[in-house]
Design a protein around this ligand. Structure first.
Ligand code: NAD
Ligand code: TYD
Length: 335
């Protein structure tokens, strides 16, 4: 059996592959990734010599490249590939439409023709838009995205559901909240703040910093994804969250305490355009149907994450300097 993972060189996809190839030695994993700025093959270094792991460089929008790489006996496509950073989507949205919408449709078309067993699409709690105080986003609520990123992820979800409804494809959508953990590209809040805190540099807080996000350790998310892939019901959507909505200021105060730096590093800057106030996913359906619950508490997960960044300064340096881009040529030649 083989699974075709897209975007597996990114933050969450690489955690999924690192776990999956070790836990399922008889299953081949093909990591199909175009290696944008967010794709870092060093994230796969712990497993990239294993016989059941294969890397193929390619773009999910390129039909021929996907057709050439997808195996005949493909049990599942797991679609992580995306442009994923809200701030970048505000600067330029076209790449988001290209990869997140057209790329997803390309994968759906090929998966149907190749009779892929299951199409697992990784989406986000941001498709629900900003929640009111005390409001929780459930799977059946209408979608109401605010940012160009969230709008492109919403469009992709609609296409996945349309493929299921129209062609009877076995598709599942997961919507996860803000992930944190090792190997996250240092443009997102936590890795950026950890790096800055360790160097005693100011940490930019957008606006008043009272926006709420739900935080989940990436390993809790990928464990849930494995369960969804094996046991989820076709056609369903499952929410995966950390049961932990926190205000950004509170997150950063916990972080500074963990690192041992003063709160004076928190520096309010101009707010993000159209900044959503609150995301909070209700995951009771996932708990009920699949018996999964997050196991890593925020303080514990954050301390482990800080320790990882402290122990992996070389990774951080290479990521920030752009040196990580050499890894592909060193591993696979100059293609
Ligand atoms: P990431 O930005 O770290 O990684 C994205 C990966 O996709 C990179 O390896 C990149 O090279 C690859 N990619 C981009 N465009 C591609 C293309 N056209 N063809 C092939 N590969 C391409 O993202 P992440 O944080 O790992 O997120 C993975 C998925 O989870 C995304 O779909 C994202 O929308 C979703 N998600 C992320 C979070 C989060 O907190 N990080 C939360 C909810 C949902
Ligand atoms: P981010 O990590 O970009 O994730 P998302 O926008 O997908 O939730 O941002 C998390 C929260 O932190 C969000 O409310 C924006 C805020 N933020 C800052 O205050 N400062 C920063 O430098 C960044 C990157 C984000």
């Amino acid at each position: 059996m083989s699974i075709f993972v897209t975007g597996g060189a990114g933050f969450i996809g690489s955690q999924f592959i690192r776990d999956w190839v070790v836990q399922n030695p008889d299953e081949l994993v093909i990591n199909f990734d175009s290696l944008t700025y967010a794709g870092n093959l060093e994230n796969l270094a712990p497993v990239d010599k294993l016989p059941n792991y294969r890397m193929v460089k390619g773009d999910i929008c390129d039909e021929n490249a996907v057709l050439a790489a997808i195996p005949e006996d493909c049990a599942a496509v797991v679609n992580f590939a995306a442009e994923s950073h809200v701030d970048r989507s505000i600067l330029s949205a076209k790449e988001f439409v290209q990869t997140n919408v057209l790329g997803t449709q390309t994968l759906l078309d090929i998966s149907r023709h190749k009779k892929v067993g299951r199409f697992l699409h990784i989406s986000t709690d941001e498709v629900g838009g900003s929640m009111e105080p005390n409001q929780w986003f459930t799977e059946d609520m209408p979608l109401n995205p605010s940012s160009p990123y969230a709008a492109s992820k919403t469009a992709a979800e609609h296409l996945v559901r349309a493929a299921s409804h129209t062609f009877g494809m076995d598709t599942i959508i997961t919507r996860t909240s803000n992930n944190y953990g090792p190997y996250q590209f240092p443009e997102k809040l936590l890795p950026l703040a950890i790096s800055n805190a360790m160097q005693g540099l100011p940490i930019p807080v957008y606006g008043d910093g009272l926006q709420e996000r739900d935080w989940i350790h990436v390993a809790d998310n990928t464990r849930a994804l494995g369960i969804v892939l094996r046991r989820g019901r076709a056609g369903q959507t499952y929410h995966i969250g950390g049961k932990n909505p926190l205000r950004n200021m509170d997150v950063l105060k916990i972080l500074l305490k963990t690192v041992g730096q003063p709160e004076s590093l928190l520096t309010h800057v101009t707010d993000r355009l159209g900044h959503d106030r609150r995301y909070a996913v209700d995951c009771s359906k996932t708990y009920r149907e699949l018996g999964w619950e997050p196991e890593i508490g925020f303080a514990e997960g954050l301390a482990a994450t800080v320790a990882w960044y402290r122990d992996n300064q070389a990774w951080v340096q290479r990521t920030r300097s752009g040196e990580y881009k050499d890894y592909y040529a060193r591993m696979y030649g100059n293609v």
